[in-house]
Design a protein around this ligand. Structure first.
Ligand code: SF4
Length: 368
């Protein structure tokens, strides 16, 4: 069997202790019998895979909720490169205090070298609004526990646009993250998704309006830049050298295999995904074909999420033709209005451009 190298592996862990009011991701409650069945199915699927992975990412759901032993056992069956980046997303409540020390030592022994902690806000009242029971103390203890176990590549998740959030309270969260000794920060704008508790009860919440959210996004970019976190994607910031290798694969149109309900894959020019059903996955339901991937529209769409943007020569080489004049005309309009930067070698969006990236990308793709 041919072993293909340099592929990312995403493993979805769809278990959560409770449902957050803003979340529309597929997840189910933590049930030890179900977790065991799921773990076995993940191990069987991983064992059958013909690939050697250079990044592994456990996302959720809440990967830390299934415990370090289960995660370590799964990693033991993954065929990966020696310097593979292995990330586990963690909820602060699972990684603080004593349990957290054991948790990270076991993960570090298994090869985990990166963790992503779902802080969302360092303001306890905002965290409670998001349905989070643990606070900033637990997150700090979790960071200390991870470092004691030798895991120094740590990311914190923040959210912009939380009900009641103000520039002052956001600054408190940003300061907390910048001072926490982590290498990476993800800052996502809260989107009120249909069907969520927030969507159904929107009127009851004091949500910052669109302009206020845009201002807070620009405040975030500016604050993190001044504290040494370089923006490398719309919502991601890192100390140089600590960008997420796994997530960069998505935006660079590189190959990855996704395992678990709702997980998506892109291999050999084909996209496919598993249904968002734990039962279907455990009962061997095969992945669903999602058509071809990696065409020029997709490439432009994904690369423009990155601060490095689209490289003209690379586009030319990948698709055997240059970008059309109409693309450049619109790019020039964007540049003149502060939404993009154009150089001799490429085009990238500015933070102001990132705020309306969906519209910009649509317009640029229309001109291909
Ligand atoms: S936000 Fe995360 S922890 Fe909360 S329900 Fe969704 S997947 Fe689970």
């Amino acid at each position: 069997m041919m072993i293909t190298d340099n592929i990312g592996l995403y493993i979805h862990i769809p278990f959560c202790r409770s449902k957050c009011p803003y979340c529309n991701f597929y997840s189910v409650g933590c049930n030890s019998e179900l977790i065991n069945k799921y773990k076995s199915k993940i191990i069987d699927t991983v064992k059958e895979s013909p690939y050697c992975f250079d990044t592994v990412y456990f996302g959720g759901g809440t990967p830390s909720s299934i415990g370090s032993s289960a995660l370590a056992e799964i990693i033991g069956y993954i065929n990966h490169t020696d310097n593979c980046e292995i990330t586990v997303e963690c909820n602060p409540r699972d990684i603080s205090e004593q349990a957290g020390e054991k948790f990270f030592y076991e993960l570090a022994d298994a090869g985990v070298n990166r963790v992503s902690i779902g802080l969302q806000s360092a303001v306890d009242s905002e965290r409670r609004m998001l349905g989070r029971v643990s606070g900033k103390k637990e997150a700090l203890k979790g960071i200390e526990n991870a470092k004691n176990a030798g895991i120094n590549n740590i990311s914190l998740d923040l959210m912009i646009g939380i009900p009641e959030q103000t520039p002052a309270s956001l600054e408190e969260s940003l300061k907390y993250c910048a001072d926490a000794g982590v290498k990476h920060i993800s800052a996502y704008i809260l989107k009120i998704e249909d069907g969520t508790f927030f969507a159904k009860n929107k009127a009851k919440y004091n949500l910052p309006d669109e302009d206020a959210v845009a201002e807070m996004y620009l405040q975030t970019v500016d604050y993190l830049d001044k504290t040494g976190f370089r923006q490398y994607e719309i919502s991601n910031f890192a100390v140089p050298g600590y960008e997420s290798k796994h997530n960069l694969k998505y935006w660079n149109c590189e190959e990855y295999l996704g395992i678990g309900p709702g997980a998506h894959s892109f291999i050999n020019g084909k996209r496919f995904y598993y249904n968002s059903s734990l039962t279907d996955f455990i009962n061997n339901s095969p992945p669903v074909d999602d058509g071809p991937g990696g065409n020029e529209e997709e490439y432009i769409m994904l690369r423009l999420r990155l601060k490095d943007g689209v490289d003209f020569a690379l586009f030319d080489k990948s698709f055997s033709h240059p970008l059309p004049d109409s693309f450049f005309d619109y790019a020039l309009y964007l540049s003149n209005n502060g939404f993009a930067k154009i150089s001799d070698t490429g085009i990238s969006l500015t933070p102001e451009g990132f705020l309306i990236s969906n519209k910009i990308i649509f317009e640029l793709i229309e001109r291909l």
